[in-house]
Design a protein around this ligand. Structure first.
Ligand code: DC
Length: 244
């Protein structure tokens, strides 16, 4: 069978172009800390009826297991653990560790772990295995640039530092408190600096990413505009569960 792949999965065969499903049907959702990616990923996945995966959860999972086994090689942990992500749960060798992923210890250690190139490579492979050929939203920092550079739609969420600090503070402490917002702002500034200057997997929008400023939008407002962007930019039906 001879044929040439076009950008969007069409095949030229004896002069006619036949439509076929793209090889990966990934919607990359990247953006800085505190922008609300996880909340949006869950809601958008519900709206579209497709699965979603958090790459940050995998980095946190590797970090958690390495904190529990001091001295064990972090790359070995990343490569040899059986990782399963299902909705909000993360199974490591069959044990759900989701509830332990957002502790202060993990928060503190995860930047070093996620900076190791072999760990990033292992996480990339896990994500490719989990996604397979079914439609999925994959959320992170470098999904559109490094992990799925052939994603069908690349969205990059952004918001002003002040808005992100307010969102992060509300997420962690419930109601907004002035001191908490200031602390969140300082922590986010450090995270941004680190995420943007990482030698591998740095936070940056892909050249073909659609940048969405969410500063003035509610979660529902963000989801409404993303659904419209997806409908406009993805091949018809690519992100519907029934597309075979
Ligand atoms: O999104 P999060 O806070 O759960 O991410 C946890 C950590 O993993 C954070 O230090 C950033 C890092 N990360 C990354 O380096 N690349 C990704 N694609 C996702 C997260």
């Amino acid at each position: 069978m001879s044929g040439r792949r076009s950008d969007r999965g069409g095949r030229r065969d004896g002069g006619s172009v036949r439509r076929r499903p793209p090889l990966t049907r990934v919607l990359a959702l990247d953006g800085p800390a505190g922008v609300g990616k996880s909340t949006v990923a869950v809601r958008l996945a519900e709206r579209l009826g497709i699965r979603w995966f958090s790459s940050g959860a995998l980095y946190r999972g590797v970090t958690l297991l390495s904190l529990r086994a001091p001295g064990k090689d972090v790359v070995e942990i990343a490569e040899t653990t059986d990782w399963q992500l299902r909705g909000g749960s993360l199974l490591a060798d069959g044990v759900d560790v989701a509830a332990q992923l957002h502790t202060a210890d993990v928060d503190q250690a995860v930047p070093q772990v996620s900076a190791v190139p072999e760990v990033r490579q292992a996480v990339r492979q896990v994500l490719h295995r989990l996604v397979g050929t079914l439609p999925a939203i994959v959320e992170g920092r470098d999904i559109g640039t490094e992990v799925f550079p052939d994603a069908l739609v690349k969205l990059f969420l952004d918001a002003t530092p002040e808005v992100r600090a307010q969102r992060r503070s509300r997420q962690r402490h419930g109601e907004e408190q002035e001191g908490a917002v200031q602390n969140a702002a300082a922590a986010l500034e450090r995270r941004d600096q680190h995420d943007r200057s990482k030698p591998v997997g740095a936070l940056r929008p892909a050249e073909d990413a659609i940048i969405v400023d969410t500063s003035r939008l509610t979660v529902d407002g963000v989801c409404d505009s993303l659904v419209a962007v997806v409908r406009k930019n993805a091949p018809q039906g690519a992100f519907s569960p029934s597309y075979e």
